[in-house]
Design a protein around this ligand. Sequence first.
Ligand SMILES: Cc1cc2nc3c(=O)[nH]c(=O)nc-3n(C[C@H](O)[C@H](O)[C@H](O)COP(=O)(O)O)c2cc1C
Length: 374
Amino acid sequence: MTSPVSQNALFEPGRLGTLVVKNRVAMAPMTRSRATDDGTPTPLMAEYYGQRAGAGVIVSEGVNISPGAQGFLNVPGIWTDAHVAGWREITRRVHAEGSTFFMQLWHTGRIGHPDNMQPGLHPVGPSALKHERTLVTPSGLQPSVVPRELNSAEIEQVIADYAQAARRALEAGCDGVEIHAANGYLPSQFLHESSNQRTDAWGGSIPARARFLVEVARACAAAIGAERVIVRLTPFSEFNGAKSPDDAPVYDHLIAELAKLSLGALHVVGAEVSGNQTVQRGEGERAPDVLGFVRPRWPGTLVAAGNYDLARAQRDIGEGRADLIAFGRDFIGNPDLVERLRDGHPLVERLPADWYGPSAQGYTDYPRWQQPTA
Ligand SMILES: Cc1cc2nc3c(=O)[nH]c(=O)nc-3n(C[C@H](O)[C@H](O)[C@H](O)COP(=O)(O)O)c2cc1C
């Protein structure tokens, strides 16, 4: 008989691999586009993360692992000493509140634009197949470009870049890293036929398409310890054009391979959301049960995200469907989200106009809950 999990388990200490976290609420990774033009994290970012350190664990916004990884403007990086120094101040603030901090390692692959990169660089991918998305650039919205196909030496270099970024993240005081393999970015581009038409060791069969992510996870684990590595996936999502004829065998194989590595956690986003938005479904239409698919296949810590409210979070923890619940959008306007959920206080309205920069407005100016005066 399994022991019953209390209704309040969400607010009690939990485990993330071998680490103990002060509660089971995670802050989901969210790009907020407030870094300097060269990707250096700012004091404003330290204030923002410090304000949200009521979370048991914070997963940072996606962080570029190298200049070639950059798809979007004002996203922070982790390849220069200045980057490391900026992150060190962030981790110091978060640790002072007793929270745990994982840096999300990001390579956008084909979802990028040359105008958003250092001069001379061009987006790369497993194959020269472009996506349909338009991207914000310094001169406005522009259509996507055809990415340059990576050769095998370059693939090995990108894997080494992930490991180096993981080492740098630890140098900056992070407790670990999360490999961003969700939402159609580079690791997901290798996984799916819509972006990977290779016929060498990195494409074709499902094991060959999964190989890139498995090798990245292995390299990060070797660099900083497997228990300090999380992988984030969006099974069954077609965001950014990630599509294979049938995703089930792809994720079945991938999760089995990742399970062999004894990683700190797997982090999955449910089909309730696509990217940064809730999926609208017709009456009676239900989202695929991503946790129902993943949980029996994953023996370790499972973090779940995707349009959670308090009741669903408590239910999924209580039923053992997940070990930690990540909240994204609600952490933007509610820096004290954990206390608000625990004490039953209302949440503020979401204002997407401020999500992607550039200023303190809609970023660090959200107050903590205050009892209204009569
Ligand atoms: C402004 C914004 C930026 C996001 N940036 C990232 C990101 O950098 N990496 C990532 O894996 N997911 C990103 N996401 C997705 C969130 O992590 C999360 O999966 C999604 O918002 C669903 O959770 P929620 O319903 O609690 O908001 C972003 C979402 C938002 C709203």
